[in-house]
Design a protein around this ligand. Sequence first.
Ligand code: FPP
Ligand code: MG
Length: 335
Amino acid sequence: MSWIKEGELNLLEKLSANVIKAGPMPKHVAFIMDGNRRFARKKHVQRQEGHMQGFNKLAETLRWCLHLSIPEVTVYAFSIENFKRAKDEVDGLMELAKQKFYKLLEERENLEKHGVCIRVLGDLTMLPQDLQQLIAKAVVATRAHNKCFLNVCFAYTSRHEIANAIREMAWGVEQGIIKSSDVSETLLSECLYSNNSPNPDLLIRTSGEVRLSDFLLWQTSHSCLVFQSVLWPEYSFWNLCEAVLQYQFNYRSIQKARDLHREEQARQQVEEDRACVGELLQHHGNGKPAEAQRRQEALSHYTVCREERIQDFLKALKHKRDSFFSELSSQAALA
Ligand code: FPP
Ligand code: MG
């Protein structure tokens, strides 16, 4: 099974898709694809078969998303917690991933046709070396594509991602690229693995579980969360439509909460800049208060310098991350 299942919607599905698309559509949908093992038990098949059917459902769902003009999808494919499962299950999931990333490289042309960029979010160093290399090859091969985006969270948890982002900022301070006062909510977001994506508008979890299980905790604070009881391998086009409808019913309040948060972030940044400039002026003016015009000039200068430091840091971070994938990918070419 390919990563994007080919095929058209039937007439009823097409009609429904058009009705739904008349409303506000999510631009980014995240999935916690849960219930593969319960599905396997229900159907009296092997656990691995449940995971295989789970992958097939992902391919089908990506096709529905394309038809619904949803350009970005993020999926929880393997959590760091999943390493604690039985060895044969973990090995089976690694094997499945190897097969699928290998297949992805074989069907590069199809991904190019749809303009699909594949990103893998997580701590790849936890994975077997050959899988790391295959993933890197897939990421490098599709990184110039920009029509739609599939983010596969693999060896991922949100807390691990946030801790890593904090380590990246500490590295930037150590290297003298940024100052500790440059650390902010906005900068932390830029250091997450998901820095290239807008936050998900809609997060869907299947199988009736109503937890986030350490998935995109930072990114979904203003997303519409939809919990559905269907097991992931049984997910249908209609389940997806139902989730999108829930997003549409809640659209106004979601937008309002997001706007408020954005305004609050901007206000906080100005306050923090003012406090830093106030301290600097006091220091240089030997404790005497500076006049209003000098304060304003110093504030503008400070803001420009901060922005330059942050841009330099983000460039260095991007270079570090791109090189990680490029080097792994070229090792695979040599192997
Ligand atoms: C959760 O169901 C599913 C997983 C832990 C694995 C999900 C993986 C796939 C769907 C395959 C994707 C593979 C690639 C390469 C992208 P569960 O095992 O927790 O089932 P349960 O909740 O019924 O126990
Ligand atoms: Mg589960």
